[in-house]
Design a protein around this ligand. Sequence first.
Ligand code: SAH
Length: 347
Amino acid sequence: MKATLAPPSSLISLPRHKVSSLRSPSLLLQSQRLSSALMTTTATRGSVAVTAAATSSAEALREGIAEFYNETSGLWEEIWGDHMHHGFYDPDSSVQLSDSGHREAQIRMIEESLRFAGVTEEEKKIKRVVDVGCGIGGSSRYIASKFGAECIGITLSPVQAKRANDLAAAQSLSHKVSFQVADALDQPFEDGIFDLVWSMESGEHMPDKAKFVKELVRVTAPGGRIIIVTWCHRNLSQGEEALQPWEQNLLDRICKTFYLPAWCSTSDYVELLQSLSLQDIKCADWSENVAPFWPAVIRTALTWKGLVSLLRSGMKSIKGALTMPLMIEGYKKGVIKFGIIACQKPL
Ligand code: SAH
């Protein structure tokens, strides 16, 4: 995949690194579930055929994600602006916020995440940032401006990368911030160069969570911080091997529309980070803080402007809108958790 614009000088892309795969027991389970969901090949056809099927399934997922965001990002930006993620609200806030209230909540999500990870106190150390799954670059521009840092964002969607670069240019930030099309599972960066590795609501799209985490850790500088804010399923209780069938069914219906592979829990992420000897590993469940978000998105979709834009935007957006109530149901029933996981790479 090609970069759409030259990144800031010190963040020039370098040859890809080979990443061997890592599996913790529970992630192996996730991966097996994913494989069975994605692979059409039976074991009797031999390992070459199975590998080929896995590769083409992963490629199909990447293409689906790229097309989904190519088609839907313009609509989202028109209605919700350049942050394509949940807002952070006070629990039980029953007020129906204005547009600016929701934007503030999205900015608050970034601020709360930085604070949770301990980055706010280390502000001066943050010189280079990678925004993994950057959307149209809302987080990158905000973080680059806040810290005076250089930031590079990667996305699978060429439409998003272009729009993100255009917005950076319009805000006179091109010398600090740039965006390119690249795969989070095979990042075009040298080892150990980023002081902050930021993944805001992109982890749920990653078909191999172990490889995803390993890649995040690889590009982090010694002493650097990693922040993953992502949709998870609930943690399994002791002795439980899988979600209940009705829970899995609910997630499967969401996966289809939003181009998601199998989900994992926050504990799975923590286990993965522990297996890689990361430090200061913390996680939290912010589901209560994001509860007002999807109802608000649905309300905007049901306005005249929302409906007209939705119809213009196409089938993927319409299907997305129809799936939103399932997200609310998932949160209400405790199957879906909005998780933050943060850690530091040892010096
Ligand atoms: N973080 C952004 C966008 C979230 S939407 C924001 O908060 O505004 C999810 C993003 O993840 C999209 O930009 C999508 O292209 C990206 N993404 C999903 N899978 C990816 C992958 N394998 N590699 C790179 N980006 C990916």
